[in-house]
Design a protein around this ligand. Structure first.
Ligand code: C2E
Ligand code: CA
Ligand code: CA
Length: 427
């Protein structure tokens, strides 16, 4: 039932072209020559590369590089000509990284890292005698502090390039899957909604949780195609579930609301799916509201105008600033697991949860409590008037195929002391 990834968006986000693949060089062939323009860098996938410089009476070798090494990155960063030649020492497979991707990486980098890269380039240039910049393999000529800093910058850049490639490959191979966790209405003892949670079905590592790749996806811009695919798949799920009272919650990263274009794409996906937009809830975190309030207001207003609802996730764990609450069009507060866990045993925790629940009531917002694992905590939440809950006690995240006809396995009479009225059923 899950929809296809938008290939164009993935390639666009990665700054890749469909033809970008690995290139194989036979032993002895020249990868680039000293004096060439540097249009790309390379990652060595397998084989060995010799870096040589012209010299009298004959060329001399500067370095040998192997799998995992980055090659030829300096000239494209600095817009200089190659200061050495690279020759395949054995059959060698390389992944080219075009100049635009490198420029984008430097531009996106943490300001400190960006400064470090520029500074290193400057020092290297001076050292190489005004203009003759090494190809990253001439570290032997440099003082050890420059060498160490260069090594660290190179490692970080390489790590990012690798992560970006891994995730884009995962998207193109359709290895991402969505699981859905029930959000249960404890008055009726039935699911009222489902939260969509992404997983990576990795061929070797098994099911990878979002903690292992969402941050890289956010940094590389790939979160947009991933997020669009999540929303499209969530809408397809809603179409397939007959019960019109159910909603789907989708986690949305700040990046997905940053530009009007990205917001319009989300709105367009929901519109095109034909589902009632009020059945789609987007979950955002406090970071978005605090880091960039004006952008957040603009994005959220558009989402609300399109008929969707908005939840604030992990409420109270971020900056704990309440000042933003009245500024934003929010419908739901999601009470973080850290407050819920052990609620029944801690007076402090009880006081915090009670205050948040009352705050939600006063602001006419729904409260959903997450991460419920224990019956005692569920009872305490019920006594505080929380009626929407989510947690392993009631149901774990599961593939879409298992949702049809899903019912809460826990017995309500033994959990809360009362049987459930007959109500909604997820057909
Ligand atoms: P979240 O939005 O706070 O999601 C709730 C997390 O708590 C999920 O972890 C869920 O499996 C877990 N959980 C639910 N009930 C319980 C419980 O009773 N006990 C415990 N210990 N954990 C419980 P998951 O799936 O690993 O997701 C982690 C985070 O990754 C999410 O936190 C969300 O911030 C992010 N994420 C997941 N899917 C997406 C996505 O499609 N897009 C974006 N941008 N972020 C996502
Ligand atoms: Ca969430
Ligand atoms: Ca949460």
């Amino acid at each position: 039932m899950q929809s296809d990834i938008d290939l164009g968006s993935v390639l666009e986000a990665c700054n890749l072209s469909e033809s970008q693949d690995t290139v194989t060089y036979v032993a002895g062939s020249v990868i680039f020559r000293e004096g060439d323009r540097g249009d790309c860098a390379y990652i060595i996938e397998s084989g060995e590369v010799r870096i040589v410089r012209d010299g009298e009476p004959e060329p001399y070798e500067l370095a040998r590089l192997g799998p995992g090494d980055l090659l030829g990155e300096m000239a494209p960063v600095d817009d200089q000509r190659r200061s050495a030649s690279a020759v395949a020492a054995a059959e060698t497979r390389l992944t080219p990284i075009p100049r635009q991707s490198i420029e984008a990486l430097v531009d996106e980098a943490d300001p400190m890292l960006r400064l470090l890269v520029r500074l290193l380039m400057h020092r290297l240039r001076e050292q190489a005698g005004g203009g003759k910049v090494g190809e990253g393999t001439v570290d032997g000529d440099q003082p050890s502090d420059v060498r160490a800093a260069l090594h660290s910058v190179r490692e970080q850049a390489l790590e990012r390039v690798r992560a970006r490639r891994e995730i884009s490959d995962a998207l193109l191979r359709r290895e991402l899957v969505l699981h859905f966790q029930p959000i249960v209405d404890i008055d009726r003892w039935e699911p009222r909604g489902f939260e969509a949670l992404v997983r990576w079905a990795h061929p070797e590592r098994g099911l990878v949780s979002p903690g292992g790749f969402i941050e890289s996806a956010e940094k590389s811009g790939l979160i947009n195609p991933i997020g669009q695919w999540c929303v499209r798949s969530a809408c397809e799920l809603l179409q397939a579930l007959a019960a019109s009272a159910t909603f789907v919650s989708v986690n949305v990263s700040p990046e997905q609301l940053r530009t009007l274009d990205a917001v319009e794409r989300l709105v367009g996906i929901v519109h095109d799916s034909g589902v009632d937009p009020s059945r789609v809830k987007i979950e955002i975190t406090e970071h978005l509201l605090v880091d960039n309030p004006d952008v957040a207001v603009r994005g959220l207003k558009r989402v609300k105008d399109a008929g969707m609802t908005v939840a604030i996730d992990d409420f109270g764990t971020g900056y704990s600033s309440l000042s933003y609450l009245h500024r934003f069009p929010l419908d739901t507060l999601k009470l973080d697991r850290s407050f819920v866990d052990g609620l029944s045993e801690s007076e402090q925790r009880f006081a915090v949860v009670e205050a948040i629940v009352r705050l939600g009531e006063r602001l006419s917002m729904d409260v959903v409590a997450e991460g419920i694992e224990r019956v005692e905590d569920l009872r305490t939440l019920e006594s505080l008037g929380v009626s929407m809950v989510q947690g392993y006690l009631l149901g774990r995240p599961m593939p879409a195929e298992r949702l049809r006809g899903w019912t809460v396995k826990l017995d309500r009479a033994s959990a809360l002391g009362r049987a459930a009225p007959r109500g909604l059923h997820v057909a």
